[in-house]
Design a binder for this molecule. Structure first.
Ligand SMILES: C[S@@+](CC[C@H](N)C(=O)[O-])C[C@H]1O[C@@H](n2cnc3c(N)ncnc32)[C@H](O)[C@@H]1O
Length: 293
């Protein structure tokens, strides 16, 4: 599988070039979000999306500094979380490389929207109280790119500020496709077996260019960027397969049960990876602290 560029500016001509510093968004990611998938209502369209959205909001609420803190939402997509945060009084800027997403985000009219790439942010050092990366890190399949993106988050957040990054777990496609009984297809079975070894998404099974993380890889990405060890919280929790199966009706009491299960399980090491997404949260070291500068 073709991968994203590593630490050098991209040479390819078929990909959009970020306004920030010559990094290229992979052409298939651009094409996926522009022509094949509408991200705008992903978090409200079905029970799985509502579970992810509700849980992400409740975890962020716990860790974010109080409004009107400055939040940089890198890879903020159509701005669903940005609009929610702006409504709470936060000063939000979305950085987003996909033009369609920037247009959808700008339509909210309540926060700033800029073109840019997580690997080379245009923002000044220490200019944000919190940096969100709720998407870019699973679209960067090269660890050097992910380290660069997290190092940029570290640079633009103030000392003592918050970095919150979302990852897709290694077994997420296995859990999803097995729950839908698609594992009975021998081809899907074989593709899932291979995924377990590589962690790189097989686009024949859906989605686009992506890397699915083991817990150790998340910790390694943070360490490579010189960040403290993050806390890891499972977002969707152990009832995700029930909702993902589509074998049960989309009923509010099922989502409520899944929310409760996710809260009980969120930092349970053995249950972390059954969540489709993990949120990694870390506070940078304040000036004057033992490891501060
Ligand atoms: C699944 S969407 C998530 C959008 C939003 N953060 C949310 O959670 O609803 C992933 C987003 O990451 C963005 N993205 C992918 N690669 C990126 C990069 N290198 N820098 C910044 N954003 C990137 C995509 O354009 C897309 O908007």
């Amino acid at each position: 599988m073709e991968t994203t560029q590593t630490t050098q500016p991209a040479q390819s001509t078929d990909a959009e070039t970020s306004a920030a510093a010559g990094f290229s968004l992979h052409a298939r990611i651009e094409e996926f979000y522009t022509a094949r998938y509408d991200e705008v209502d992903r978090l409200s369209r079905d029970a799985v999306g509502r579970l992810e959205g509700e849980r992400t909001r409740e975890i962020l609420t716990r860790f974010l500094p109080a409004a009107p803190a400055r939040v940089l939402d890198v890879g903020g997509g159509p701005g669903v979380y940005a609009a929610w945060l702006a409504g709470l009084g936060y000063r939000v800027t979305v950085v987003e490389p996909v033009a369609r997403h920037r247009e959808q985000a700008a339509a909210h009219g309540t926060f700033a929207v800029e073109d840019g790439d997580a690997r080379a942010l245009a923002q000044a050092d220490a200019s944000a109280d919190a940096v969100l990366l709720l998407g870019p890190l699973y679209h960067l399949v090269d660890p050097a790119d992910r380290a660069r993106a997290l190092a940029e988050a570290r640079r633009v957040v103030r000392p003592g500020g918050l970095i919150a990054a979302a990852f897709i777990t290694r077994p997420a496609p296995l859990v999803d496709l097995c729950a839908q009984l698609r594992v009975n297809d021998d081809d899907v079975y074989e593709r899932l077996r291979r995924l377990e070894e590589t962690g790189v998404n097989d686009e024949e099974t859906g989605f686009t260019v992506a890397h699915f993380h083991r817990e150790a890889e998340i910790l390694a990405d943070f360490a490579a960027a010189g960040l403290p060890r993050p806390r890891l919280l499972g977002i969707e929790g152990p009832l995700l397969p029930l909702l993902a199966s589509r074998l049960v009706e989309d009923r509010p009491e099922y989502v409520e049960a899944a929310l409760r299960a996710a809260r009980l399980a969120e930092e349970h090491p053995e249950l972390l990876s059954i969540s489709g997404h993990v949120l990694a949260v870390a506070q940078t070291v304040p000036h004057g602290a033992p490891d501060g500068r």
